[in-house]
Design a protein around this ligand. Structure first.
Ligand code: GLV
Length: 332
């Protein structure tokens, strides 16, 4: 314990998980970036050099440049399930353990996915925007006629914990659920009655709603582009709660604008934050939220606690609950 107390951990955003950081202070020396915005790159580089561990957010890039200059660094704990901001291959080579936060946020993300689906299909956000603009003058439902979610076909791309939690909710909406993922999941098929599509194109053509739940990797970047949007049906909707770069935003704008698809609901955009002049924001049938699918108070607390357990586990040499590269330990 005394050795652990000499370890130094840099936290790039304290205000998101204050209780977890207070807990972390019981074990190690903690330094925090005090602002709500991300620390500038030069600060992250300097702190990486001076620290044994770092707690990062998805906007903090942990790349070769940082890792090359951080011989003391032993662990980077990302407060997110996604890890596209971290070069895990380089971290492993440098002997730096990396963790994320699986298993604590999938239910909140699945709730939110349904929120987006309902919001765009039933014009909830559109109606709210019209009221605030002073446009509710008479009782007239016709401008707001929506598409039913219940009974529709939902195509899930990526059947991990979040995709599966979405499929479970879809059962209650009497939806037919198709899924595409690299590996088939017979157990999920048996339990939830979902149908596997080895070919994503088939799923796109058959679905009324397409929801993305794949992590962002070189293989999934722009997984939805012009060709894929062309395969979707004119009455269908695209839902994205994973990472903005999985979708080509220019192709999406064109597809919605020209009626190739009926609309889109996005919790993530490319770039983030989406600039106020982005053409997607001019489309009434596009709903956009500021990357908050996991952000319920209770889930964010759990993410903070898991992140702290990962840092403390790595620095104490005990178990790390969600290490992504245990092989890194051999490279120290
Ligand atoms: C949020 O985007 C996460 O990856 O947890």
């Amino acid at each position: 314990m005394s050795e652990l107390s000499t370890k130094r951990v840099f936290v790039t955003r304290e205000h998101i998980i204050p209780e977890a950081i207070a807990h972390l202070r019981q074990f190690v020396e903690v330094e925090v970036w005090p602002e709500r915005s991300a620390p500038p790159r030069e600060v992250i580089l300097r702190k990486a050099l001076e620290s044994d561990g770092m707690i990062t957010e998805i906007t903090d890039q942990v790349d070769k440049e940082l890792l090359d200059q951080a011989p003391r660094l032993k662990v980077v704990a990302n407060r997110a399930v996604g890890m596209d901001n971290i070069d895990i291959g380089e971290a492993t080579k440098h002997g730096v353990l990396v963790s994320n936060t699986p298993g604590v946020l999938h239910e909140s993300c699945a709730d939110f996915t349904f929120g987006l689906m309902l919001s765009v299909a039933r014009n909830i956000a559109f109606g709210d925007r019209r009221i605030r603009a002073g446009e509710w003058k008479v009782f007239d439902q016709i401008p707001y006629l929506g598409t039913d979610v219940h009974g529709a076909t939902l195509g899930i791309i990526g059947m991990g914990l979040i995709g599966t939690a979405v499929a479970r909710r879809a059962q209650a909406f009497d939806m037919r659920v198709l899924y595409h993922s690299r590996s088939r999941k017979p157990e999920v098929e048996d339990r939830l009655g979902v149908e596997w599509r080895p070919d994503m194109d088939g799923l796109l053509g058959e679905s009324d709603f397409v929801s993305l739940h794949v992590p962002l990797t070189a293989d999934t970047e722009r997984i939805i582009g012009r060709r894929e949007l062309d395969l979707m049906q004119p009455h269908s909707f695209l839902i994205n709660t994973t990472r903005g770069p999985t979708v080509d935003p220019v192709a999406l704008y064109e597809a919605v604008k020209t009626g190739k698809i009926a609309g889109a609901a996005l919790d993530v955009t490319d770039p983030e934050p989406i600039p106020i002049g982005d053409p997607l924001l001019t489309l009434p049938n596009v709903v956009i939220s500021p990357h908050i699918a996991s952000a319920s108070s209770s889930t964010v607390k759990k993410m903070g606690e898991l992140t702290v357990q990962n840092v403390v586990g790595a620095l104490a040499g005990t178990a790390m609950p969600s290490c992504l590269n245990p092989k890194a330990a051999a490279n120290r």
